[in-house]
Design a protein around this ligand. Sequence first.
Ligand code: GUN
Length: 282
Amino acid sequence: MNKILDGIKIGQQIQQKIKEDLAKKNIRPGLAVILVGEDAPSQLYVSKKKKACQDVGIDFHEYLLESDTSQEHLLETIDFLNKDEHINAILVQLPLPKQFDTDKIITALDPKKDVDGFHKENIKDFLKDKSIITPGLPLGVLRLIEATGEHLDNKQAVIVSKGKIFSQPMIKILEDRHMQVKLIKPDDKDLKTITSKADVLIVSCGQAFLIKEDMVKKDAIVIDIGINKIDNDYVVGDVDYSSVFEKVKFITPVPGGVGPMTIAMLLYNTVELAKTLSEAEG
Ligand code: GUN
């Protein structure tokens, strides 16, 4: 196994399987993506999602709304898509412009079509092992860790993150794999002591080059979720890649690591929702 965990290659393998599965089962799922405003990174993400859907045979329905769209209009759009039988999965691209109450928007989604797994009911179900959807980002991270082929039982995982949306499902996924999991904030005074003990280190905090060589354990698996723009168009992660590279056993590049996996997992979850719906309809 290559030291560099290539998310483009692993993501493409997953996409290929999805494509074959859809052709064999003769299912054509429909994913609606709502993008509000003209945020350039969001436009780029959505265009990548669109291309990936078209490649595997998922109908992609794009709803592009003006940045001054009212909350009411966005809620009406969601209501319309909740009722549309050609659509089995909906994604509202985040972040939304400031005038929106993101919680309210996510809550308006039909939980059965919430492909991100962000709806409160889905998060609750997920934590109780009752959900169809495993949120795409932590699932993509798990697939990368699994791709190493390393034994995970009782190994120490450390997640460096400020937010609960990502860390909560990530902790559960790793604990389900019988790992010991610690969550730490990037500004914690013990950061270096804790990260140095991690067999699997997952970093998601949006601080370029935060993790240096003296903060990682020898032969660790390092997963870098950070996307930080340097000098306007140069993208780097939260890990100082060149400084830690020699010391670790596996590492994700940025770009080309976690990013493409989230797209593959979006396709996977869209298909899971479509299958559940077709089973429910008999
Ligand atoms: N913006 C960046 N990543 C994501 C994602 O996974 N889902 C949504 N809805 N918005 C995002």
